[in-house]
Design a protein around this ligand. Structure first.
Ligand SMILES: O=C(O)COP(=O)(O)O
Ligand SMILES: [Mg+2]
Length: 218
């Protein structure tokens, strides 16, 4: 049976935190400020770059009324560095190929803006995806279920599953009523057991088997 499989991007298919860290560091440097450490930046990922910029600004003591200006700055820097330090997690390319070969249709539902999401998918060679919904594609972003619903609608009919790494992804899937497969090696802050999920995995090589088991149950 073929399924509609939608993936989160940052912390799920790709380890993009080093480029996000570099983009925020360039913005801070232009303000005469020191970079935040990578672990702090990782803890801020999940709700999109403007939200992350707001958290970085608060931590660095920058006035909140500059958020729009500085978010645009971080996005410019991110577009400039995007891909330099970003890598797919181990076994991701092979697993995506295997899932396509099995006849599944694959989509992306990320809070990363749509344009850099397309860029990074091209640079990493992880595509083609049958749809890409970004954090700025709709008025709503995750954890609102609307972006996941939009991605699934674009993929047609059939059983659905969402694969992600974070609290935001677990809540999105839960609110959308879609089974959630949790990748445990991304940017999650909460213990695995405290997040609603159908199954969890640490190695992408396990994913086709988990999806087959999920489909057998439905
Ligand atoms: O850019 C972010 O903050 C999060 O992106 P993600 O939804 O792909 O994890
Ligand atoms: Mg993520």
């Amino acid at each position: 049976m073929s399924a509609r499989i939608v993936f989160d991007l940052d912390g799920t298919l790709i380890d993009s935190a080093p480029d996000i860290h570099a983009a925020s560091a360039r913005m801070l440097q232009a303000e005469g400020l020191e970079p935040l450490d990578l672990a702090t930046i990782i803890s801020f990922i999940g709700n999109g770059l403007p939200h992350l910029t707001g958290l970085v600004m608060a931590r660095a003591g920058l006035a909140p009324d500059r958020q729009q200006e500085l978010s645009a700055r971080v996005l410019e820097h991110y577009n400039a560095v995007s891909g330099t330090l970003t890598r797919p997690y181990p076994a991701v390319p092979q697993t995506l190929r295997a899932l396509r070969d099995q006849g599944h249709v694959l989509g992306i539902c990320t809070n990363k803006p749509e344009a850099p999401a397309h860029d990074i998918l091209r640079l990493t060679g992880l595509g083609p995806f049958d749809c890409v919904v970004g954090g700025d594609s709709l008025p709503q972003r995750k954890p609102d279920p609307a972006p996941l619903h939009a991605a699934l609608a674009a993929l047609g009919q059939g059983p659905a599953v969402y694969v992600g790494d974070s609290e935001v992804d677990a809540e999105t899937a839960h609110r959308a009523g879609v089974p959630f497969l949790l990748f445990t090696e991304g940017y999650r802050k909460t213990p695995v057991d405290a997040l609603p999920h159908s199954a969890s995995f640490a190695d992408f090589a396990e994913l086709p088997g988990l999806i087959a088991a999920l489909l057998a149950d439905t």
